[in-house]
Design a protein around this ligand. Structure first.
Ligand code: XMP
Length: 528
């Protein structure tokens, strides 16, 4: 194993981000081709990009026109460094103008599905793809003359130069967006650039990610100890499993049972996760404390604050106890493991290296502030890659494929005061909905399906021969890419019927099941 994290860095493709959301999607598609990619801002000096020793560079699309004053530009030396470059959309036009081609501000826009005609069937980018193919376009300006040395390899009705290639200098450009699904042969064109143009091999696999991260974690942590908080979610579980694989018993995980989990989830962490990883786990049963603190509170913001505050107190107490125990044994707990993902890193402006965080705690006899260095083994990964790494590490399917669940748990799915009895009702109803959705094979089709208890609402019903005065629950199945926007899932009626029948039969006090048919916006996913 390498002792220096940088020694294990895989062959890297840099995706230069010219704005909009294109760069993340391109980076993901490159990784789907099993080549590691990283996003850098277009404002990064070219020398700094080259210092990262990229094996290829992709220039993303962006919202600007090369004719707009102050539009992002690129230093010519990027094209002269001998590194293969692919320009996409805005990146393509920038490449054209920088190297002496012509881009006209024609005023005629191409947007959406467009027919592309390939001019050179054997070209590096298009070989093996049809001479006429559907691509996705989004541009106002059009390239009318390629720079010297380039061969024009495709056109559209409105754009005479829709792709150009220079195999000698390994420079390539396409006007369309290969990263979106509407470009039928987009992935193939991208892979042609990576494998044929840049000579890369598809070697970045989940097994290689695990090896690379294990080496990096060992190098970072050395012989010291680390702590990781488990939430029951995918990210913290995979981060913990990776660190456990790297440093074994030098890691201790802490799981705070706040009593607001779904049915069976605490047991999954305590039993299945521990069995699969061999991790040392400290479970803090704090359910009473949370439920007591929530007594009499109906306001959602106040509930969130209370749950957050109690969580930090309980976690930090457990953490301080572990530090004290280790200290008594002559050991030093210096690291805190977190499941930060790549989109968080990109969206907070990138940045490398471990940040230091301070942990304030309130246990007597210990130093005022504990300083931990962060270990973030998922910093380079997208969510689907995290799931694949989890699978590679042998984590239970129920944990790896788990749908998003809010930190404050069922506490924000009871509209009204949170009590033990209401939590029990909701847990049962939620378990039935999950069971039926899984049995119907719908888990991958829906993003998540909160079940919400309207605890302050009662309505009349009839169950058996008796009139009842019970609560409704709301089913909130949604489809989404990222939870920022969502649509209500059109679940089959028979599945809805089974869920409804079972909940009203099996959960006393729930006599109505309703379906939320609101998109987001305007409705959020959670009800609170
Ligand atoms: P909303 O309700 O805002 O939720 O549409 C968007 C997504 O975020 C999840 N969510 C949370 N996740 N801590 C979390 O880790 C929270 O406090 C929290 N609140 C909402 C929600 O389940 C949905 O996926």
């Amino acid at each position: 194993m390498a002792s220096n994290p940088s020694e294990s860095t895989p062959d890297t493709v840099l995706v230069v981000d010219f704005g909009a959301q294109y760069a993340q999607l391109i980076a993901r598609r490159v990784r789907e081709a099993r080549v590691y990619s990283e996003i850098v801002p277009s404002t990064m000096p070219v020398a700094e990009m080259l210092a990262k020793n990229p094996k290829a560079i992709i220039l993303s699309g962006g919202p600007s026109s090369v004719y707009t004053q102050g539009a992002p530009s690129l230093d010519r030396e990027l094209f002269e460094a001998g590194v293969p470059v692919l320009g996409i959309c805005y990146g393509f036009q920038l490449m054209a103008t920088t190297l002496g081609g012509t881009v006209d501000n024609t005023g005629s826009r191409e947007y959406g599905r467009t027919r592309l005609t390939v001019a050179k069937a054997s070209s590096t980018l298009f070989e093996g793809t049809p001479s006429e193919q559907q691509v996705w376009m989004s541009h106002g300006d059009a390239c009318s003359a390629a720079p010297e040395g380039f061969t024009v390899t495709a056109s559209t009705e409105l754009v005479p130069v829709a792709a150009f290639e220079d195999d000698g200098r390994k420079l390539y450009g396409i006007q369309h967006h290969p990263e979106v699904m509407h470009s039928t042969f987009g992935q193939q064109v991208l892979e042609h650039f990576l494998y044929r143009g840049a000579g890369l091999t598809p070697s970045w696999t989940t097994a290689s990610i695990v090896d690379e991260q294990v080496a990096a974690i060992r190098a970072q942590v050395g012989g010291k100890r680390a702590i990781c908080g488990l939430s029951g979610g995918v990210d913290s579980a995979v981060a913990a499993a990776l660190v456990q694989r790297a440093i074994g018993d030098q890691l201790t995980c802490v799981y705070v049972d706040h009593g607001l989990m779904r049915k069976g989830e605490t047991e999954q962490v305590e039993k299945d996760f521990v069995a699969a990883t061999g991790v040392q786990l400290k479970v803090v049963d704090a359910a009473d404390r949370f439920i007591d603190a929530l007594a009499g509170v109906s306001d959602p913001e106040q509930k969130r604050k209370i749950i957050g505050r109690e969580f930090i107190r309980v976690f930090e107490t457990a953490q301080a106890e572990l530090v004290a125990e280790a200290g008594a044994a002559g050991e030093d707990v210096a690291f805190l493991v977190q499941g930060t993902l790549y989109p968080d890193v990109v969206e907070s402006g990138g940045g490398t290296g471990a940040a230091n965080i301070k942990s304030h705690h309130n246990v007597g006899g210990l130093p005022e502030d504990l300083e931990f260095e962060l270990v973030e083994p998922l910093r380079k990964l997208f969510k689907d890659e995290v799931r694949m790494v989890g699978q590679e590490l042998g984590l239970p399917e129920e944990i790896v494929q788990r749908q998003p669940f809010p930190g404050p748990g069922l506490g924000i799915r009871i509209v009204g005061e949170v009590t033990r009895q209401r939590l029990d009702l909701l847990r049962e109803a939620d378990a039935i909905a999950r069971e039926e959705l899984t049995a119907a094979g719908l888990d991958r089709d829906i993003w998540q399906c909160p079940v919400v208890l309207l605890a302050d609402v009662r309505s009349v019903g009839v169950q058996g021969d008796a009139r009842t005065y019970g609560h409704p629950v709301v089913l909130r199945p949604v489809s989404s890419e990222d939870a920022m926007t969502a649509d209500w899932s059109r679940l089959p009626y028979d599945v809805l019927a089974r869920i409804s029948t079972r909940i009203t039969n099996e959960v006393a006090e729930i006599n109505r099941v309703t379906l939320d048919v609101t998109s987001k916006p305007p409705g959020t996913i959670e009800w609170e």
